[in-house]
Design a protein around this ligand. Structure first.
Ligand SMILES: [Zn+2]
Length: 256
């Protein structure tokens, strides 16, 4: 009993020592900084990211996880009806299945970017070779179909890691993040999506929406996004904001 008390007392004393307490605080801060750099899409600790565009009278709507028939084609119809352009971050395995939608995106003036081959949620635990393969397979599939190799990459869920950033650099690509996120992969109404986007959006913002279903969400729907889009575009227009593609908005080439 006395021994246990002495041991507890000693360990408390050790923890209270300024050097030990300082080291514990530092490692907690380092762990926090590491997770912030991985999980926060706008963090630039791991690599520089683009979250905004320069034009003051425009915004850049971006759509992730497609192409997915039933949603992507309707998003393209709506963009055409509103004379608007956007950018699509595509999943390579979907590109392979629906090349006609990718061809249509480019024919109608939209920008295409790389969003990995299979959007695997465990990707953050993988090394440089895994990420190089994910990027190169997707870019090759896009180049085979369109003759264009994207220079823009959007990380799945916006999560970045140092091995991923090295692969992105080696593949001569840049990260595109966002300032406004629609949260439209959650089960929310078109009205809520519209409110989330239009209550936050400012000139120059990059906005993330979804026209597709990543492989683990195969039985879900992006119907709410499709239904929200006409109202979002109408409100943007009423504020004098055009929706531009990233090729129109950025000051560097979006293809290699
Ligand atoms: Zn995604």
């Amino acid at each position: 009993m006395k021994d246990r008390m002495t041991a507890n007392f000693s360990s408390e004393l050790i923890m209270q020592h300024p050097l030990v307490a300082g080291a514990a605080g530092l490692s907690a801060a380092a762990a926090l900084a590491m997770w912030y750099s991985v999980l926060y899409s706008g963090s630039e600790i791991v690599a520089p990211v683009i979250k905004t565009i320069h034009p003051h009278k425009a915004v850049a709507l971006t759509f992730d996880d497609g192409p997915t028939p039933g949603f992507t084609d309707r998003v393209l119809d709506i963009l055409r009806q509103h004379d608007s352009h956007a950018s699509f971050f595509l999943i390579g395995s979907h590109v392979k299945q629906h090349p006609e939608l990718v061809v249509r995106m480019l024919a109608e003036g939209h920008t295409i970017g790389n969003h990995t081959w299979d959007h695997h949620h465990h990707g953050v635990w993988h090394g440089e070779a895994y990420w190089r393969d994910q990027l190169q397979r997707t870019s090759s599939a896009l180049a085979d179909i369109t003759g264009r190799k994207p220079a823009l990459f959007r990380a799945p869920m916006g999560f970045k890691t140092p091995p991923q950033a090295r692969a992105v650099r080696q593949c001569a690509m840049r990260y595109i993040a966002w300032r406004v996120r629609a949260w439209d992969t959650l089960k929310i109404s078109p009205h809520t999506i519209c409110r989330i986007v239009t209550s936050q959006i400012r000139p120059g913002d990059i906005v993330t929406l979804h026209d597709g279903l990543e492989p683990v969400r195969r039985n879900c729907s992006q119907e709410s996004t499709v239904q929200a889009l006409p109202e979002i575009l109408k409100i943007l227009k009423s504020r004098g904001l055009a929706s531009m593609s990233l090729e129109q908005a950025l000051e560097f080439p979006v293809y290699q």
